[in-house]
Design a protein around this ligand. Structure first.
Ligand code: IVH
Length: 684
């Protein structure tokens, strides 16, 4: 029996949903927000809460889908109504003129054929299907015939409408609308994502396209919701209730319906205009916030497209004009060692500045000694440089034919270039040495500087205004010698620094004081900069142990028992807290009055490992989200429907059909109190 919903409540929920749909559109598509973030968050929380409390209000296209939906165990596949074709490639103006000639011959026309020119977004093709204006399915291109269903994941992308915007001219949304577009991660999003991956000891992505593809294929859309995905739409599949006569008209209309259409697209160009635009785009591409790898040229008129039709894998009415890849050769002037927060000594190549596709490159990381040996990179070499994924420069190979014999082999220093201490390569087990060498001196000034920067960074103490330059000054003027000293700074002292007025000094002192109040246990642990302990590991430790002493004094077994904390992390934690210097740092932070807020204690062992739960009815003690979180933290999972595989049905008040089904199948039904006992490991 579905919950009977009070009409006033339904009206309220409809109103919030409408407001949030609109806010998403204004924010993500128009880039012109009309609502404060705090108001948006408040409404989203209210809606999540109402949907939690009243399962009868469930709707797949509710704006709450933007924060992710329950995970699935595998991705289904579905067949595209109309196959998603690929494109032929052209590499020169001549190829494009040939294409234009072929089109004209086929259409038997002498006059100019007009084209639409679109940036070719370097992302992942998707199809989205709207039935009566609501998103029902999103899928990958797959093999063109059949793709993987990724609806919940695509629904998290801010700029993808869950419901079409009402178009002014028409009362009803189209009965069916299938659109194709490209999901991508922009350059800034990609760098931020990789930074986060590194901090959390997760693998980094080679380029934005891989990152987008990986994010779209997640089984848990909450993971996808945390990825900076965006989308542009450029094509149409099956459609009922709308007709278009050209690509330009279609793009204009889908914009009205709430889709992001690339703003650089130009319509109704002759082939000469297309070639001019190509050069313009090629010059501009490196300044764009996202990566493009060429231009897609499409015959604008749909009746012409129809006549031209398709070959086996690609249409005759479109072609991709690819950009040349961004590579260059230059000289290695020197190889210098950079010292990281954990003492890692990273060799960096200083290059004769070279323009790679519009960007001046003068440095490239060489990663480590093994990498230099493998590529045999020597000082003075001519090297082939590529901007990997068009963002980070890397040395691809040495042009050995240009060697003069005067090149110098680089020897990895045996000591730290900053403090002169011994550099060591640690044993990673099985007699293998770590690829990276490290400065073994915990008090090395270079390490200290990086540690202070990390301590003040966003996921840690988040001290506003404490940037690189200021950290440098504080250290060189010996105002601080450890992160703990930050809390003893006075505005008078800070005001003595260069380019530092009384007001800015006061602001910094206030920001430091503020950070002390707001720091959580998880941030505190992360701020210590323990190797291999990124933001997410720090969060796991905080939740599992609840206070800092418990983490510091935990045995290796206790640490290993925390889901998500691996052996390498355990070793690193033990080593960190074994060092007196580190224990002293923690003590001085505490002396400075820092008492990080305790996270709620989670069960020490995974009591519900492998157990499947279904939640139904109205809960009184917990919210559904909260119950779900607790189950997941204890190693169980939550699914949407009852089957023989369900271990427990957690039934709240007014449970209906799911309860009946569970009883019919003999699934264990528990109430909220029994559930809480179970979660605390007291039940059976
Ligand atoms: S049209 C039949 N337009 O490029 C038409 N594709 O190499 C096929 N792409 O699979 C696609 N931007 O993933 C089209 N403005 C654009 C595009 C675009 C990027 C991608 C798309 C496609 C691939 C073909």
């Amino acid at each position: 029996m579905p919950d009977s919903i009070d009409p006033n409540l339904r009206a309220k929920v409809d109103q919030i949903r409408k407001t949030l749909h609109r806010a998403n559109y204004r924010y993500y598509v128009l880039d012109d927000p009309e609502m404060a973030d705090s108001e948006y968050d408040r409404l989203m929380q209210e809606l999540l809460h109402l949907e939690d409390a009243h399962p009868g209000l469930f709707e797949a296209t509710s704006p709450t889908a933007k924060v992710g939906s329950p995970p699935v165990s595998k991705l289904d596949t579905s067949v595209h109504t109309i196959p998603m074709l690929s494109l032929d490639n052209g590499f020169s103006d001549a190829d494009i003129r040939d294409f234009d000639q072929r089109v004209k011959r086929f259409l038997e026309t002498e006059g100019d054929v007009l084209y639409t020119a679109e940036p070719k977004i370097d992302g992942v093709a998707v199809e989205v299907v709207y039935v009566n204006g609501k998103l029902t399915t999103a899928s990958t291109r797959g093999d063109g015939i059949r793709g993987e269903v990724i609806t919940a994941n695509v629904a998290t992308i801010g700029s993808v409408p869950l419901e079409l915007q009402p178009a002014s001219s028409q009362a009803d949304p189209p009965a069916l609308l299938e659109l194709r577009g490209e999901v991508y991660i922009d350059k800034a999003g990609f760098e931020a994502l990789n930074r986060k991956q590194l901090e959390n000891d997760q693998k980094t992505f080679a380029n934005p396209r891989n990152a987008a593809a990986g994010s779209l294929r997640q089984l848990d859309s909450k993971v996808t919701a945390g990825r900076p995905l965006k989308a542009f739409f450029y094509g149409i599949g099956a459609c009922k209730g709308l007709t278009f006569s050209s690509q330009a008209q279609m793009l204009e209309h889908i914009k009205q319906l709430g889709f992001s259409v690339n703003p650089l697209i130009r319509s109704r160009l002759t082939v000469d205009q297309i070639l001019d635009f190509y050069r313009e785009l090629d010059r501009q591409r490196h300044d764009l916030p996202y990566e493009i790898d060429g231009m897609v040229i499409k015959v604008d008129r749909f009746d012409y497209q129809q006549t031209l039709g398709s070959k086996a894998r690609s249409p005759r009415w479109a072609i991709a004009y690819k950009f040349k890849s961004v590579q260059a050769t230059t000289h290695v002037r020197a190889i210098e060692i950079q010292v990281g927060r954990t003492g890692a000594l990273t060799p960096v190549a200083h290059l004769a500045p070279v323009n790679i596709g519009g960007v001046m490159v003068s440095r490239a990381t060489l990663h480590n000694e093994e990498e230099i040996a493998k590529k045999d990179i020597r000082i003075g070499d001519t090297v082939f440089i590529e901007r990997a994924g068009d963002v980070i420069p890397k040395v691809v190979k040495v042009v050995t034919s240009l060697r003069t014999g005067r090149e110098e082999v680089f020897d990895m220093p045996q000591t730290c270039p900053v403090c002169g201490s011994q550099a060591v390569r640690e044993n990673t087990g099985g007699d293998r040495l770590e690829a990276v060498s490290r400065c073994a001196n915990i008090n090395c000034p270079a390490q200290l500087k990086e540690r202070v920067k990390h301590f003040a960074s966003k996921g840690a103490f988040d001290i506003e205004g404490l940037g690189d330059k200021l950290v440098d000054q504080l250290l060189t003027k010996e105002l601080i010698a450890s992160p703990a000293d930050l809390f003893h700074l006075t505005s008078e002292k800070v005001a003595e620094l260069e380019r530092m007025g009384a007001k800015s000094a006061q602001n910094l002192i206030e920001a430091i004081a503020h950070s002390k109040q707001q720091v959580t246990l998880a941030r505190f642990i992360y701020a210590l900069g323990i190797r291999h302990i990124g933001e997410s590991a720090a969060g796991l430790l905080a939740t599992a142990f609840g206070d800092l002493d418990a983490v510091m004094n935990a045995t290796a077994d206790q640490l290993t028992a925390v889901d998500g904390i691996g052996e390498i992390m355990v070793d690193s934690l033990k080593a960190y807290f074994a060092a007196q210097g580190n224990r002293d740092l923690v003590a001085s932070l505490r002396d400075a009055g820092i008492a990080p807020a305790h996270a709620p204690k989670a069960p020490a062992v995974s009591t519900l490992s492998g157990k499947t739960f279904v939640l139904t009815g109205k809960l009184n003690i917990l919210t559904r989200n909260n119950a779900r979180k607790q189950i997941e933290q204890a190693g169980g999972k939550v699914t949407g429907s009852v089957s023989r595989k369900t271990d427990y049905l957690l039934a709240g008040d007014a449970a209906g059909a799911k309860l009946q089904k569970a009883q019919a199948l003999g699934v264990t039904v528990i109430d909220e109190q029994t559930f809480l006992d179970l979660i605390q490991g007291e039940g059976t």
